[in-house]
Design a protein around this ligand. Structure first.
Ligand code: HEC
Ligand code: HEC
Ligand code: HEC
Ligand code: HEC
Ligand code: HEC
Ligand code: HEC
Ligand code: HEC
Ligand code: HEC
Length: 441
């Protein structure tokens, strides 16, 4: 880690916590008062590496009087917010990587489809406490408030928070204050406030996976407090979220840019490769190769990529085509987006079960791949989405669905004889339909 500067106040803080005999300077007023005022904050800070290194309250909270959120507090000019720009004063590299990461843009989604849904189906309070609490809000300065922050946008520790100093994100999203502990951030719980639930259950998938099993049964062997944390060298019992997406390997440095190892984006209705995906895939495989051999790792990605293509080609592409036809032809009953049941059905198909299926496959969670994933995708596609589409009685839509169910070898099972289908599975004939989805990289 690169620490650029330590201020004069840091030296005073060291004095404040040093044994009485060594005390030369006056005790730090922030600490003297806050120790009584908010003992929790004091204790968290006192146990931290920051306190040990002499980094005190003012090193982080001191502000320039010209800062929009600066206020006078017991003789000092401070700000409550400590943004990535502030932390970056000492941790330049981490701040730079966060700035380039996909995380940093998460607050800019606020006028996306989902935000629309929060505002029309929900309302402003839930947009603030729901979406913005994970993605990050635009922090509004309120000059009339004692801490200069509007109560409608603070507290907030969203991953892509838009700060008054124009920096993006909040380091506390993963580094819980005031301990700012690396050991904590290395554990899956650090990601679990956001990466869980019906539309991105990475936490649940991890808990289900062999990797999660190995982690939770071996936490004591994970060497979490070590300064150096190279997989295969400093620990080898299990990978955590941080290991695969951020951690150092024998040949790869750790990174705060969580997109550096992601080849697909599995978020949109139809999955697609990200720019530079071969390099990113190689980065991820490099992590696996600390604990597995190449054929094993290649095998996993061969299966995973095929499963993504299966989801795309069998369900996502036809459902998206049908939905586009319905929209373009003006068949929807109500005007506003999300005011018609079929829009919700389509949405959940890709955004909920469709993502669960893909995320389960990526991270070795078979229950999410199948029961919470493909099983529900199939059920909702055949028995909710298609019937709702047919209810419009549109000849063109009906013809497309008829063609799909009778001529497409992935879907024509519907009107075949069960015994015949079982025979096709036993002979391997049925599986051949899907051969094209398995491709060498
Ligand atoms: C004399 C006691 C005292 C001293 C000295 C003091 N504080 Fe405070 N601080 C408080 C109290 C009380 C509050 C709660 C403010 C309120 O209720 O409006 C507070 C609030 C804060 C907040 C949160 C403000 C908000 O409302 O968002 C920060 C950050 C803070 N103090 C940091 C500091 C720092 C840094 C120093 C050293 C320069 C310091 N404090 C010195 C008593 C003190
Ligand atoms: C390493 C940097 C750092 C240090 C050192 C630090 N803080 Fe903070 N503090 C933060 C961050 C980050 C936040 C959250 C603000 C944000 O999200 O931008 C925060 C928030 C706060 C808050 C408001 C939130 C709350 O829970 O009430 C108070 C009060 C506060 N700090 C007091 C202190 C005091 C007192 C000290 C010294 C004992 C201290 N801080 C030391 C970074 C720091
Ligand atoms: C004034 C300089 C300074 C500022 C500002 C600062 N840090 Fe630090 N930070 C340090 C120093 C010094 C260390 C200790 C290095 C060591 O022990 O090797 C450290 C250590 C850390 C660690 C490692 C802790 C561990 O358990 O190993 C984390 C994480 C961290 N800082 C996060 C932050 C965050 C987040 C912010 C902003 C909220 C911040 N720092 C602000 C100087 C700073
Ligand atoms: C529990 C935290 C959480 C809440 C609440 C939440 N999101 Fe998300 N959102 C995430 C995470 C995590 C991802 C990334 C998932 C992934 O990569 O698999 C995401 C992804 C997204 C994406 C896709 C971004 C892209 O580039 O493809 C959009 C858009 C989005 N969220 C908007 C919203 C809106 C709007 C709301 C409120 C209606 C909301 N989210 C509520 C955590 C949350
Ligand atoms: C997505 C979660 C996440 C966010 C956001 C995050 N960190 Fe970290 N940070 C981690 C993890 C995980 C580690 C441990 C990495 C390791 O040891 O492999 C870490 C480690 C660190 C360290 C210890 C040295 C190092 O680089 O390993 C510092 C310092 C640090 N982070 C600072 C920051 C700062 C500053 C920010 C905001 C600009 C920030 N972090 C934002 C997860 C995060
Ligand atoms: C064994 C390594 C490993 C572990 C552990 C792991 N992941 Fe992943 N993760 C992957 C792989 C592989 C992918 C797919 C990469 C690709 O697109 O090729 C992925 C994809 C993702 C994505 C992108 C999903 C999208 O919609 O595009 C997110 C977000 C994510 N993981 C978060 C997490 C979180 C949070 C945890 C811990 C709860 C975690 N991962 C644990 C390997 C891992
Ligand atoms: C405070 C919420 C929050 C926390 C904590 C968080 N994330 Fe995220 N993460 C998000 C959101 C939101 C997105 C989607 C970003 C967007 O839409 O711009 C995301 C996206 C991602 C992606 C996809 C990146 C890409 O380029 O496609 C990965 C991988 C990821 N997070 C990993 C992690 C890991 C690992 C941790 C814990 C060490 C973590 N996240 C902690 C909210 C969070
Ligand atoms: C820190 C070591 C470590 C890393 C890194 C790691 N794994 Fe694993 N992996 C394990 C362990 C331990 C098991 C459990 C072995 C067993 O079944 O007994 C496992 C099991 C697996 C399994 C079998 C799952 C099952 O249900 O049988 C697959 C597939 C897998 N890993 C793929 C990967 C991939 C892909 C990566 C990189 C993205 C990766 N692993 C990274 C340690 C690791």
């Amino acid at each position: 880690m690169k620490v650029l500067w330590i201020t004069a106040t840091a030296a005073i803080v060291v004095a404040a916590v040093a044994p009485a005999a060594q005390q030369a300077a006056a005790p730090d007023p922030c600490i003297t008062c806050h120790r009584r005022q908010s003992p929790g904050i004091y204790e968290q800070w006192k146990g931290s590496k920051h306190a040990a290194a002499g980094i005190g309250c003012l090193d982080c909270h001191q502000a320039d009087p010209a800062d929009a959120d600066a206020f006078l507090h017991h003789g000092a000019t401070i700000a409550t917010l400590v943004t990535p720009k502030d932390c970056g004063g000492c941790h330049e590299q981490e701040a730079e990587q966060v700035r380039h990461s996909y995380h940093a843009t998460a607050g800019k989604i606020l006028d996306s489809q989902d935000a629309y849904l929060a505002h029309v189906a929900g309302g402003a309070p839930v947009a603030i406490q729901g979406c913005e609490s994970c993605h990050g809000t635009k922090v509004v300065v309120d000059p009339s408030s004692p801490d200069k922050l509007s109560k409608k946008s603070w507290p907030n520790s969203g991953i892509g928070r838009i700060n008054p100093d124009c920096s993006l994100g909040s380091c506390t999203a993963c580094h819980t204050r005031h301990a700012f502990s690396t050991a904590q951030a290395r554990q899956p719980e650090a990601c679990s406030k956001c990466h869980l639930g019906p539309d991105h259950p990475q936490k649940e998938i991890y808990e289900e996976s062999k990797h999660g099993n190995a982690f939770f049964t071996n936490i004591a062997k994970m060497n979490l407090d070590s300064d150096s944390w190279v997989v295969g060298v400093d620990y080898s019992a299990a990978p955590t979220c941080a290991t695969c997406h951020m951690g150092a390997t024998r040949t790869e440095a750790s990174t705060h840019d969580v997109g550096e190892r992601i080849a697909w984006t599995l978020r949109p209705p139809i999955s697609r490769y990200k720019p530079d995906h071969e390099r990113k895939r190689a980065n991820m495989k490099n992590v696996c190769s600390s604990c597995h051999e190449k054929p094993f790792v290649d095998g996993h990605f061969y299966q995973f990529d095929a499963t993504v293509r299966l989801y795309n080609e069998k369900f996502a592409e036809p459902a998206t085509h049908i939905m586009d036809m319905i929209r373009k032809k003006g068949l929807l009953e109500h005007k506003a987006a999300f005011s018609n049941p079929i829009e919700w059905t389509y949405w959940e198909l890709w955004h909920h079960e469709g993502r669960r299926a893909r995320h389960g496959a990526a991270m070795m969670g078979p229950d999410y791949t199948w029961w919470h994933g493909f099983y529900e995708v199939a059920q909702h596609f055949y028995f909710k989405f298609l019937p709702e589409a047919r209810a419009y009685n549109d000849p063109e839509v009906d013809a497309y669905i008829d063609q799909l169910l009778t001529k497409n070898p992935m879907h024509d099972w519907i009107d075949k004889d069960t015994a015949q289908l079982k025979q096709e599975i036993r002979s391997g004939e049925m599986q051949k339909t899907y051969d094209g989805m398995f491709k060498e990289e």
